[in-house]
Design a binder for this molecule. Structure first.
Ligand code: 5RP
Length: 219
């Protein structure tokens, strides 16, 4: 299987966690795009979706899936999203697609986070993938200096404006052995909107696409 076929296998396997009549939280990215296609195949069985990005919203709407405003929902059962890296404690780096803030908000409301990845995303220690940090534009240089003090090398993702109108710094060179602590530390820097560490709220279920199928793990 190619990497994309492994993403697709994981995405379709995530339908096992979608129950009839539910509202589904939907992440962002190429793996989630396969999941949205899968959701389209059972769209009559679900009530609708809460989306984490304008891109996913457009794809869901094009398939005729009803979009709900998160403010109108107190809770829902399952959030399905990809990751850039995931470690053995089910902590993740996300935000390669710059949708980290809305993803973290939707994930916070969901009862269960199902992470769908191909096998290249599983790691012992996170940090090889640069950690995305969404920042208020006027704070970008200040936040970059503060992130450098934590030992990383922040790089401005030029030309990218998030769905929230903000900028992204990608922090290279981190070895993330204490993801929860680093998530809290970075979020405490003034001007940071969110960072791409999903450790305080990690995944509950991991579905990995592998060359001969899928593997599933529950936290
Ligand atoms: C977007 C994300 C994605 O889930 C992450 O980048 C993985 O993307 P892909 O499925 O395309 O590999 O966090 O902000």
């Amino acid at each position: 299987m190619t990497q994309d076929e492994m993403k697709k296998a994981a995405a379709w396997a995530a339908l096992d966690y979608v129950t009839p009549g539910c509202i589904v939280g939907v992440g962002t990215g190429s793996t989630v795009n396969h999941f949205i296609d899968a959701l389209g195949s059972i769209k009559e069985q679900i009530t609708g979706a809460v989306s984490s990005s304008e891109a996913s919203t457009a794809k869901l709407k094009a398939l005729g899936i009803r979009i709900f405003d998160l403010n109108d929902i107190s809770e829902f059962d399952v959030y399905v999203d990809g990751a850039d890296e995931i470690d053995g404690s089910m902590a993740m780096i996300k935000g390669g697609g710059a949708a980290l803030t809305r993803e973290k908000i939707v994930a916070a409301v969901a009862k269960c986070f199902v992470c769908i990845v191909d096998e290249t995303k599983t790691v012992e220690v996170m940090g090889a993938f640069p950690l995305p940090v969404e920042v208020i534009p006027m704070a970008r240089a200040y936040v970059a200096r503060e992130l450098a003090k934590l030992g990383g090398t922040p790089v401005y993702r030029e030309g990218v404006v998030t769905d929230n109108g903000n900028h992204i710094l990608d922090v290279h060179g981190l070895t993330i052995t204490a993801p929860r602590e680093l998530e809290t530390q970075i979020n405490a820097v003034v001007g940071v909107v969110t960072n791409g560490l999903f450790a305080a709220r990690g995944a509950d279920v991991l579905v990995i696409g592998i060359p001969d199928g899928v593997k599933k793990y529950t936290a």
